[in-house]
Design a protein. Sequence first.
Length: 102
Amino acid sequence: MKIDAINELETAYVYDVDDPEAFASGNNMLEYTTVWDVGGQSSVLVSTTWYDYGDDALGQSDRNGNPTRIVTETAADPGVYSATRFVYDKAQRVWLKRSGCG
């Protein structure tokens, strides 16, 4: 968990230690994060971000801890997602990155 005291935000991190196959990440990789506004009397969800380690755009599965897709949904626009896709070269460097909404 991370606390941003200035902006009154709290970020919770969820890892796949209980079910490593659920997100095709192998084990102990970040599944998703939630950001909460904790400035009021009750916490309010700001956004959720999911991390996918499965097949990338070229059909390559990444088990090295590199996400192939990161998707974010903000609570202000439910059902609207922004996404970034990653493709890595053999040295695990980012070869291609594409961002957009969908």
